[in-house]
Design a protein around this ligand. Structure first.
Ligand code: AMP
Ligand code: MG
Length: 400
């Protein structure tokens, strides 16, 4: 059986990165930049004050103190958004607001808190160094600088930077559209009464939310019954509509696990038995250039396999290069054993105490016990065959 790392690596190597598109600045958050961005303007575009106060010549306030203030004539008030009209000469000052343009002649700003305005004069109670409280032209970004490179994820700070560069439109990688299908005759959609032998279809909603959470655009393709022709029709329609297809159920060894046969008919697929618990049976392949993930039917397995395999794949499609969640060490709060020959991704509550993470498992860990994930904020990774005692450390990762 393949290890999670090997299977995931093999899978990721085959995942295509989607083409690029242009997006307006108001609709680009969460996308990955596909071009290099050079500054067409200086930021800031002019020398300006970092404080509300008085623009002065530092030499005029040298040695100023509470007892022995410098007294300067105020020549004008400069508000943010307006150009100064006067020159600041010897023994003069200009009242200035944060972000307002520095007047000629002044080389520093004294903050308002250490001054007192008396008529058209200002008393200055503290000295300032030359350049103090001044923000200089291009100190943040110089015209021509490369400010962002391809691969940069556009978070709010990047969006803000685009705006300060007068960049209203950017070239980004497309986000994948992802068709989501549940399979199984036992599944009942929300709102319909549960007949004997039937259960709620939970996986489709979970997968839908996971696609959104991973930055993809889900397309709900409903429930495929355990009927080969109908399943094939739904899968084909899904592939026509979306960049990727995710199904749940029907990839195990049961008599009605027809997903396997249908996918094999559509193209070349791997039916993987990945050495992990939950989630041993899985299917993965590329058909017509589009990734297809056959997730196991058990709710916990479906969610965990998505997390470990599908999420990084969707991130890669969208142009991300940082695909895997970071792992870190956590200290076990209780003993755990994993008698299985497969690594066990246990659901856990991770809390920080005295500078280290403590991991507590969330009760019964069966792959049908969805509540074990609802209670968890992370996974802990228990190697196959391991018996670990409280106080020993394990690898852990957060879930969002
Ligand atoms: P399967 O792999 O299709 O045999 O499914 C394994 C288990 O997961 C069975 O108990 C199914 O009833 C359950 N299951 C499959 N699909 C879903 C779903 N969409 N929502 C909830 N449970 C499911
Ligand atoms: Mg089934």
């Amino acid at each position: 059986m393949l290890s999670v790392e090997v299977a995931r690596q093999q899978m990721l190597e085959t995942i295509p990165v989607l083409p690029t598109e242009k997006r307006g600045i108001l609709g680009c958050a969460g996308y990955v930049l596909a071009e290099a961005l050079h500054a067409t303007e200086n930021i800031p575009p002019f020398d300006n004050s970092a404080m509300d106060g008085f623009a002065v010549r530092s030499i005029d306030v040298k040695g100023a103190s509470k007892e022995n203030p410098a007294v300067l004539s105020v020549v004008e008030t400069i508000a943010a958004g307006y150009a100064p009209e006067k020159h600041v000469s010897s023994r003069q000052a200009a009242r200035i607001m944060t972000g307002a343009m520095m007047p000629d002649g002044a080389d520093a700003v004294v903050m308002q808190e250490v001054t007192e305005l008396v008529g058209d004069k200002v008393k200055i109670f503290e000295s300032v160094e030359e350049n103090e409280n001044v923000r200089f032209t291009s100190e943040s970004v110089k015209q021509g600088d490369c400010v962002m490179s391809p691969g940069k994820v556009l978070r709010p700070p990047e969006v803000s930077m685009l705006a300060s560069l007068n960049c209203a439109e950017v070239t980004v990688y497309q986000k994948p559209t992802v068709a989501v299908v549940s399979t199984g005759d036992e599944l009942t959609p929300l709102g319909e009464p549960l007949m004997p032998g039937k259960i709620r279809d939970s996986n489709r909603y979970g997968m839908y939310a996971q696609v959104q959470n991973a930055g993809g655009i889900p397309i709900d393709m409903g429930i495929a019954p355990d009927d080969a022709a109908e399943t094939e029709r739904i899968f084909r329609e899904s592939l026509a509509k979306a960049d990727a297809l995710i199904t749940s159920g029907g990839v195990s060894v049961g008599e009605h696990d027809i997903v396997k046969n249908v996918l094999t008919k559509l193209g070349k697929m791997n039916f993987w038995r990945v050495a992990m618990k939950p989630g041993k049976p899985q299917a993965y392949g590329i058909i017509d250039g589009k990734p297809i993930f056959g997730l196991p039917g058990n709710p916990v397995s479906s969610l965990v396999v998505f997390e470990l395999f599908v999420r990084p794949a969707l991130l890669k499609m969208a142009g991300h290069t940082d695909l895997l969640r970071p792992t870190f060490k956590a200290v076990l709060a209780t003993d755990v054993t994993n008698k299985d020959g497969r690594v066990n991704y246990m659901r856990a509550i991770l809390t920080e105490q005295d500078g280290q993470y403590i991991a507590k498992t969330t009760g019964p860990q069966g792959s049908g016990i969805l509540h074990s994930l609802v209670l968890a904020n992370g996974l802990i990774i228990i190697p196959s065959g391991a018996t670990l005692h409280a106080g020993e450390t394990v690898d852990a990762q957060f879930l969002t």
